[in-house]
Design a protein around this ligand. Structure first.
Ligand SMILES: Nc1ncnc2c1ncn2[C@@H]1O[C@H](COP(=O)(O)OP(=O)(O)O)[C@@H](O)[C@H]1O
Ligand SMILES: [Mg+2]
Length: 329
């Protein structure tokens, strides 16, 4: 096992790397470390984007990044921690403005207003807003690499399934809108009036559709997107990774690799502290289960550090294990 660097050498067209897995095991840490490596060590323009509601890129980079857009924290290294709630509010305002413009209204009727407001608080809105931001950054094409730190729910796999659902949904609405447009045109012609002006809604739908399909094509292309699961030598994490693998298979996706994090080096079994010695021993047991079950997927093993990895110096250290010199197990 030679680290994520080997993967990057092999898959040279890679644009997007996604870290997924249960919360608290090291997704954000791995995302930040890989982004640091690509930007600072390789000189690639890299975006590290957090989609986690409990985003902690601010913590790791020791900068307040929340809702501030793209912040350059080191040469070539840009970090985004999106404020999904604000994005939803802005979007709602935009929708209202467009409706008013299109129908030449001063005020939006109460029923429609409350309908719009209700949809803003749907839980799926949060995911949609996050997803939309991801798509926007990727479509902008400004970066060599996009690193996405996924929220824990559904192992981030839900985000992928969402591409399918959203595409199908947009397709349906577009069809409905096209039909309505046809009728409007017939009605206008019958009245002997002038042809309708451009349909702003339809234009926006076409726009969303093309952005979504661009994103989907990259995400589902093994040569352009790498999905990595982060796990730890614990029973819960093993069960969880099995579940995620199953979800991947069901969606017809390929898992690019597994990163095992927070590993106590094997020699710790002889540590004078009985607590550490015992923990190391238990970890060894789970590590052999991990090798059995997921051996072919393991790309990197990162040791447990004596403190939370934070700041660029520490990220450099994490990156060296993640990318070039994994702990050998
Ligand atoms: N190898 C490690 N050694 C020590 N602490 C770690 C290590 N990896 C992650 N941590 C710490 O564990 C916690 C969870 O890591 P994080 O990357 O935020 O996980 P996630 O994003 O998956 O929730 C953080 O406090 C982080 O600093
Ligand atoms: Mg996180």
């Amino acid at each position: 096992m030679r680290g994520l660097g080997e993967y990057l050498d092999k898959f040279k067209e890679t644009k997007m790397i996604i870290f997924a897995g249960k919360g608290g095991l090291g997704k954000t840490t791995c995302s930040a470390a890989l982004a640091y490596y690509l930007a600072v060590k390789k000189g690639k323009k890299t975006l590290c984007f957090s989609t986690d509601p409990q985003a902690s890129l601010s913590d790791i980079f020791e900068r307040d990044l929340f809702g501030k857009g793209e912040v350059e924290v080191a040469p070539n290294l840009y970090v985004v921690e999106i404020d999904a709630d604000k994005r939803i509010r802005d979007y709602i305002e935009d929708v209202k403005r467009k409706i008013k413009e299109m129908y030449k209204m001063e005020e939006i009727p109460q029923e429609i207003e409350s309908y719009i407001e209700t949809s803003a608080v749907e839980p799926a809105m949060y995911e949609s807003a996050t997803y939309d931001a991801m798509v926007e950054y990727l479509v902008s094409g400004k970066y060599d690499y996009y690193i996405f730190d996924m929220p824990p729910f559904g192992h981030g796999v839900r985000m992928i399934a969402m591409a399918e659902v959203l595409s199908a949904w947009v397709e349906k609405i577009t069809e409905a809108r096209e039909k309505a447009r046809e009728y409007d045109e017939i009605a206008a012609r019958l009245r002997g009036g002038s042809p309708l002006s451009e349909d702003a809604i339809l234009k926006e739908l076409y726009d969303i559709r093309s952005r979504l399909s661009y994103f989907r094509d990259i995400m589902l292309d093994r040569n352009k997107t790498g999905f990595f699961m982060v796990m730890t030598p614990e029973n819960m994490s093993i069960l969880d990774t099995e579940k995620a693998l199953k979800m991947f298979n069901e969606l017809g996706l390929t898992l690019s690799g597994i990163v095992v994090n927070q590993v106590l080096p094997p020699e710790m079994i002889n540590n004078p502290s009985p607590l550490i010695a015992r923990r190391a021993e238990v970890q060894q047991k789970y590590l052999s289960v991990i090798k059995d079950k997921f051996g072919k997927y393991i790309v990197s093993v990162i040791p447990m550090f004596d403190r939370e990895p934070k700041g660029l110096k520490m990220l450099e250290k994490v990156a060296s294990y993640l990318v070039e010199n994994p702990l050998q197990i």
